[in-house]
Design a protein around this ligand. Sequence first.
Ligand SMILES: [Fe+2]
Length: 168
Amino acid sequence: MSSSDALSVASTHPLSPPEIVVGAVPEDERVWVPQAPSVWFRPLMLNTLNGSWCNLLRVRRAGVLSRHRHPAPVHGFVIRGEWRYLEHDWVAREGSYVFEPPGETHTLVVDDHIPEMITFFHIGCCMYYVDEQGNNTGFEDVFSKIDMCRAHYAGNGLGSDFVDQFVR
Ligand SMILES: [Fe+2]
């Protein structure tokens, strides 16, 4: 088979959903969805078929952000700044890859000298938020993330369906 023959064969199966290619860190500030004071997420791929999602997390304040448990694995890549978990002695620095195994409960902290952190996360199943005794205080899953995006984009001019490009 010549290379021109290879290129004439479709690279994507007709049943496959479309790919997503976007600048991960958006130029339009409105794309960031507020999650808590000085905390935002930017949706990248919201997977309703396996219940996972990919997003950027941006934090512009120091201190404890959340204590949470992961029933499913999480993969992270630090794009800017740094952060750590109170339960571990490592620091996730710019350029770090982080694997968070299922069953982890940890407390996310950004230290005072970090003006901003941006991290890519691929999160499976849900974020299960807990208090210091481990009692559940809330959760997020791919559907609550979609709902948050819709509500935010409906109110800022992008339109509620802006999120649809990230949903599969
Ligand atoms: Fe986590």
